[in-house]
Ligand binder design. Structure first.
Ligand SMILES: [Zn+2]
Length: 293
């Protein structure tokens, strides 16, 4: 990411940097007018930045007065965060920069809640771009039969892949990705399920949420893949048990009439990697939604 690289070299045109480069301008922070707009102030110490970090799913309370450089703070954060939150942290830095530029150049005030949403959205788009890039290689390697671990494109319909991730049967995440016959990602989403559930129950919920997503996108012909055989069997046999799992399956059935054609397929776990990543991402970044425009 070019932005992060510039930030780490302290080469972003903050007011203080511009003044240091000899530009005749006021170095005060354009938001609070309390301090000079250094990169540390802009991205971490300004009241706006402080409140923003706390509102994000990272719930950070960066310690102020701790006179490290911004670069040292960012490095520390990248060290302590896991992969997905790390990506989100960078997206948040970028969001602060965008909001700052909107204020300076367009006199447009983006409020905190809006900025948090923007950061989330950008993170999904970024995630989609990454999965699309990964997918690009998968699709091209399909030409030479791709082996057993590639995702297989549907011939004339859209395919949705869903998956779930479970932490100690207490907290669960679900993810879904919709792709067309060229492997282009049309939509992707993450959900967190905060209830005590069994693996097959949360897999069934992931399918339901995925179908709901396709319905919202007005897709008509769909192929649904998931790597849980209990879910696939229950739906193939149209078997709805009198328990929680049964009610999750019944929810899926209730959506079938929203489509022109639906088929359910079982897929090997190795071919279901993108939704697997999304389901894990859901645990830290729930309710992300990305749609191809
Ligand atoms: Zn400020």
């Amino acid at each position: 990411m070019n932005f992060v690289w510039r930030l780490m070299r302290n080469s972003l045109p903050t007011k203080l940097n511009l003044q240091r480069r000899g530009m005749n301008c006021l170095a005060l922070c354009p938001r609070c007018y309390q301090r000079e707009e250094s990169d540390l102030h802009l991205f971490r110490d300004c009241d706006f930045a402080q409140r923003f970090w706390f509102l994000t799913s990272l719930s950070l309370r960066p310690e102020m007065g701790n006179q490290v450089s911004l670069q040292a703070w960012v490095e520390d954060m990248l060290k302590v965060l896991d992969r997905d939150p790390r990506g989100f942290f960078c997206t948040c830095l970028h969001a602060i920069w965008k909001a700052r530029n909107a204020l300076v150049f367009e006199y447009k005030h983006i409020d905190l809640a809006e900025l948090v949403e923007l950061a989330k959205k950008n993170f999904v788009d970024y995630g989609l771009a990454i999965s699309a890039a990964t997918l690009g290689t998968t699709i091209s390697s399909r030409e030479n039969k791709g082996g057993n671990s590639s995702w297989l494109a549907p011939p004339n319909s859209l395919k949705i892949n869903t998956d779930a991730a479970l932490v100690a049967n207490k907290m669960a995440g679900a993810g879904a990705v919709v792709r067309d016959s060229d492997g282009i990602i049309l939509a992707a989403a993450t959900w967190r399920i905060d209830s005590s559930v069994e693996p097959h129950e949360v897999e069934a919920q992931a399918c339901f949420l995925g179908m709901q997503l396709e319905k919202d996108c007005c897709f008509l012909d769909i192929v649904l893949e998931c790597d849980n055989s209990e879910v696939i069997l229950a739906r193939k046999n149209a078997r709805v048990g009198d328990n929680y799992f049964g009610s999750c399956i019944a929810d899926c059935f209730s959506l079938i009439s929203s489509f022109r054609s639906v088929s359910f397929l079982h897929v090997k776990r190795e071919r279901n990697r993108v939704p697997h990543t999304l389901a894990n991402l859901a645990l830290t970044s729930p309710n992300l939604l990305g749609k191809h425009s």
